[in-house]
Ligand binder design. Structure first.
Ligand code: NAD
Length: 267
C-alpha cells in the first residue's frame, strides 16, 4: 500500500485528488495539509473532499502529515511547492507536483531538489493533454515553418497564473520541434500598431471566465488551410486520476525529475 499525503487539501484540486486516492487500488490517504490558519484545519479530509470520512484530519504542518506518508501530491502554487519540495528532499519522500506557473528559475530549483528524491512535475496530468503534446510534436515535424502557430487557452475566473502551464508546454513542444527557443518566440501581447506577425513567433492568448475547467487549442495556420488541435477538460477528475497514477508509477524509481510523458510511457 502506497501512503499518500496531499497539500492544498481543501482546494479545488485537493478535494478531487483525495477522492481519486480513495477510489484507487493500492493507495491510501495518510496525510492532508492546508496553509496554517485555513478554516478547514482539524476537519476530516474525506468529508471536506465530499467522499466520506477517511479518518485523516487536515493539518497545518507538512512534516506532521509526512510522518506516515511515502509520497506527497502537491497542487498549490510554485512558492509553496518549492518550500514543500525542500522538506521532502530533506526527509527523503517522493513528490508529485501539479502546481503551475513556475518561472524558469523556479523550475531549475525544482530540478536541483529532484537530484535527491524522485519527483514528477507536470503542468497537466491528463492522459488526453499528454497525447496532444505528442500529436503536436508530430504535426510540427510534418508542417515545418510553413504554418503560423497560435495558442488560445480558456480557464475559470479564479485561475492565478497566465498563460496556463499547459499552454506554455504546448508552445515549448512545438518550438522545440521547429528548432526555436520558446522564450524568444512566445508573443503574449498585441495591441495598437504592433506590426505584422513575424514568421517565428508563437502567439499566446488567454481567456478567463466563469467555471471553465480548462480548454486549449493550438492552431497551425497556413495559406488556405488551418489545423486546430483542441483539448477540453470537462472536470478536474482526470487531472486527479493522473496524479494518483503518477504516485503509483513513481514508487521504486530513483531520484530524478520526471513528467507525465514518462509516467505514460510516451517518451
Ligand atoms: P485552489 O486555490 O482551489 O487550491 C489551492 C489550495 O492550496 C488552497 O486550498 C490553499 O489554501 C492551499 N494552500 C496554499 N498555501 C498552502 C500551504 N502553504 N500549504 C498547504 N496548502 C496550501 O487552486 P486549484 O484550482 O486547486 O489549483 C492548484 C494548482 O494546481 C494551480 O497551480 C493550478 O494551476 C494547478 N492545476 C494543475 C493541474 C495539472 O494537471 N497539473 C490541473 C489543474 C490545476
Amino acid at each position: 500500500m502506497i501512503k499518500v499525503a496531499v497539500t492544498g487539501a481543501a482546494g479545488r484540486m485537493g478535494g478531487r485528488i483525495i477522492t481519486a486516492i480513495k477510489e484507487a487500488e493500492g493507495l491510501e490517504l495518510a496525510g492532508a495539509v492546508e496553509r496554517p490558519g485555513q478554516e478547514m484545519i482539524g476537519q476530516d479530509a474525506g468529508l471536506i473532499a465530499g467522499c466520506g470520512a477517511l479518518g485523516v484530519a487536515i493539518c497545518g504542518s507538512l512534516e506532521e502529515a509526512m510522518q506516515s506518508a511515502d509520497v506527497l501530491i502537491d497542487f498549490t502554487f510554485p512558492d509553496v511547492t518549492l518550500q514543500n519540495l525542500a522538506v521532502c528532499a530533506r526527509i527523503g519522500k517522493m513528490m508529485i507536483i501539479g502546481s503551475t506557473g513556475f518561472t524558469p528559475e523556479q523550475r531549475a530549483q525544482a530540478a536541483a531538489f529532484a537530484t535527491k528524491i524522485p519527483v514528477v512535475l507536470a503542468p497537466n496530468m491528463s492522459v488526453g493533454v499528454n497525447a496532444c503534446f505528442k500529436l503536436l510534436k508530430e504535426a510540427a515535424n510534418i508542417l515545418g515553418d510553413g504554418f503560423d502557430v497560435e495558442i488560445v487557452e480558456l480557464h475559470h475566473n479564479k485561475k492565478k497564473d497566465s498563460p496556463s502551464g499547459t499552454a506554455v508546454r504546448m508552445g515549448e513542444v512545438v518550438a522545440d520541434a521547429l528548432g526555436r527557443d520558446y522564450n524568444q518566440v512566445a508573443n503574449f501581447h498585441r495591441e495598437g500598431m504592433c506590426g505584422e506577425r513575424s514568421k517565428e513567433e508563437i502567439g499566446m492568448q488567454t481567456v478567463r471566465g466563469g467555471d471553465i475547467v480548462g480548454e486549449h487549442t493550438l492552431y497551425f495556420i497556413g495559406m488556405g488551410e488551418r489545423i486546430e488541435i483542441t483539448h477540453r477538460a470537462m472536470s478536474r477528475d482526470m487531472f486527479a486520476r493522473g496524479a494518483v497514477r503518477a504516485a503509483g508509477w513513481l514508487a521504486g524509481k530513483g531520484p530524478g525529475l520526471y513528467d507525465m510523458q514518462d509516467v505514460l510511457g510516451l517518451n
